[in-house]
Design a protein around this ligand. Sequence first.
Ligand code: WTA
Length: 643
Amino acid sequence: MSDLSLPFDTRYLPVKKFHHEYRRSIEQPEEFWAEQARQLDWFRPWDKVLEWDPPFAHWFAGGLLNASHICVDRHIKHWRRSKVAIYWEGEPGDTKVLSYSTLYNEVNRFAAMLRNRGIGKGDRVALYLPMLPELPIIMLACARIGAPHTVIFSGFSAQALADRVNDVGAKLLVTADGGYRRGKTIPLKTVVDEALTMCPTVESTIVVRRANIPVSMKPSRDFWLDDLLEQEAPYIAPEPVESNHPLYILYTSGTTGKPKGIVHSTGGYMVHNYCTYKWAFDIREESVYWCSADVGWVTGHSSIVYAPLAHGAAIVLYEGAPDYPNVDRWWHIIDKYGVTIFYTSPTAIRMFMGYGEKWLAKHDLSSLELLGSVGEPINPEAWVWFYRHVGGERCPIVDTWWQTETGGIMISPAPGIECVPLKPGSATLPLPGVDADVVDESGNPVPPETRGLLVIKKPWPGMLLGIHGNPERYQQAYWSRFPGIYYTGDYAVKDRDGYFWMLGRADEVLKIAGHRIGTAELEDAAISHAEVAEAAVVGKSDPVKGESIVIFVRIKEGSSPTQDLKQAIIKHMRQVVGPIATPDAVYFVTRLPKTRSGKIVRRVLKAVAENTPIGDVSTLEDEAVVEEIIKIYQELKQVQEVK
Ligand code: WTA
């Protein structure tokens, strides 16, 4: 294979070692991945590195392992048993520090408790919890007994919680009485009570005591965690599971109203994350690793729980709001725990940029060695600010591109192998084993500097096993556009050095403050309001959040487009989905631009929301009445947002 058949050409970049590793991984993927997988503990080695029956992959087929054994037990037989595993800080300032041996005892105690509640291999457990130490502990306890967990972000509403619990068919739900956010308590158990009226599969609920607020406990269904945990930690042997045994199911928004339950394996997922955290973050057992994401998103699964703990690093887990009680809370945490690797989102960086550098100056951030960014494209200004003021011009920034579906990082600098020269705003090059490219609508690679669709051309170990209960949707959403090739749904461009620049979503998925949410899910929520006949959502660029939600609403006959109705629709959307569904602007319209087949022409709505020209609509010719669309655009431009 010649160098030029690789998706980039690093011959002219000063990264010979990286180039060598990358070539090897693409030319001999099975040898390469087997070598990586041998770094983890297996109870039984695999028979085959990869069985690829597109679009279904079976990595390390026949191999037996256990993720909790890898993240916890392994360290117990080592000096790491007495080192810190988790530094936890609650929003009010209370703290807990868990060593690996304490974590081991806790995971065993929790696993015993789950077993006593009748949970066994294959049973699904739903977790709806604030960022408490109990959250990673329960995840690891589930993994220990082979029960796939599904973590539901604690900002989701009762309806959104119920939809996910029902789709996954959870037998048990773990929650807390409440959690802290900006000094207030959020009554999580009350949300759970409402959700459980709609969830027939849930047999019992376990409640973690956190906020000490009054809650109602339904006899023989609801139990306080403290009452169930035994004092002495029993030993629960980690269940050896086959490599493709699901470790977890995590819901994410797609292009229909129904969220997708992304299923991740144990073997492939653990191997992918173990390696990529070494490559991208150069993570080591002595690292103090802080990922500021919520465990409710995939970033939290891989970057707070499974990857850093597999490496025996110490993680920081912070419960509350980033700027509470003061805007230097995060810098205080970095200083206090001596964080060495700090991983966050461009939205957070932009928010702190807005607060100014004076808040950083109060703290010693010299422990930092490396910074990371994830979740949305990082603009060069934010990159440079992060580099200069947080990293003290000392720390490389790894801009890591990945998705819930990819399970782990795919495109990122790899200082753990050899760092490529960084370019602010670019995620740089695919990691070893990742065969990424940018293609046109027909699947042909586009020339450098040309926008196209980001695809992955070979299976990779962390890839999703599928969508829970829906193999057709899995095939359709990711593998039908370009047969045999994974479609990411993202736009990207490659520059002349082969560096990847991510340009946001090509499909109808928004990224609000880095949180992924589908327009269809938001539209469904709006339409479920009694006075809404039709709704269309688009994202508008936002200087801090990246994107904000703009909704165009056609109301029913007899309803009036008032400020009160606008507020009622916003409130309703927050109730149906959660606070992340809050629109920033609401437009009442009398009709929406559509193609002949009834598909909303979002481009027109986006132009209205952004106050930009409509651009070339001639490509719509076959599908829509162009003049009509232009007329609607002009009509919409007259419509004022309801203030
Ligand atoms: C976007 C988050 C630009 C992208 C791990 C992707 C990014 C979606 C980056 C997945 C990045 C993630 N630069 N865009 N470094 N990382 N994205 O599933 O649009 O919440 O498809 O996973 O986030 O979001 P998800």
